[in-house]
Design a protein around this ligand. Structure first.
Ligand SMILES: [Zn+2]
Length: 151
């Protein structure tokens, strides 16, 4: 799919932020992730998702907050968090995308719970459950990635 003018601009601004900001800041503020989400929002906007089209403006505000931060202006961290969450929630819930490792974590917990439930039968059931959960989670993660459903 062709990149829109909006995405080109947003990516340009994000790239400048990535070049300028310290690594711990980039990690803490999840700038890499924002870049990926922004790409997805553009993709779904072109598929006529009205919510994604509306979220483009929010993404611009989010990028603006990062730019303000680099200029040493005071920013509202809560606003940043809220917009980030709104964008992430929409691509996950609205478009069925997953975060990297999300399925692995979910299955690990499921395996652990099932394993613990059968501990009265077999002492090793917790380890077996855990390992099975990791294997199943890895398969689902790989599958979601193959289908392009990982953010
Ligand atoms: Zn959407």
């Amino acid at each position: 799919m062709k990149q829109s003018k909006w995405l080109n601009q947003a990516n340009g601004r994000l790239d400048r932020i990535i070049e300028t900001m310290h690594n711990d800041g980039l990690r803490r503020l999840k700038v890499d992730k924002i870049k990926k989400i922004v790409g997805r929002i553009d993709e779904f906007s072109q598929e006529n998702c009205e919510q994604c089209q509306a979220l483009q403006q929010k993404a611009d505000v989010l990028i603006g907050i990062l730019e303000d931060m680099l200029r040493g202006k005071s920013i509202n961290p809560q606003e940043y968090k809220d917009i980030y969450k709104e964008l992430l929630t929409h691509v996950k819930k609205g478009h069925g995308l997953f975060e990297p490792g999300q399925l692995m974590n979910q299955w690990l917990v499921i395996g652990l719970l099932i394993g613990s439930a059968f501990m009265f039968l077999n002492l090793y059931s917790v380890s077996i459950g855990l390992i099975s959960g990791i294997i199943i989670g890895a398969i689902f993660d790989a599958n979601a990635k193959k289908k392009g459903r990982v953010i």
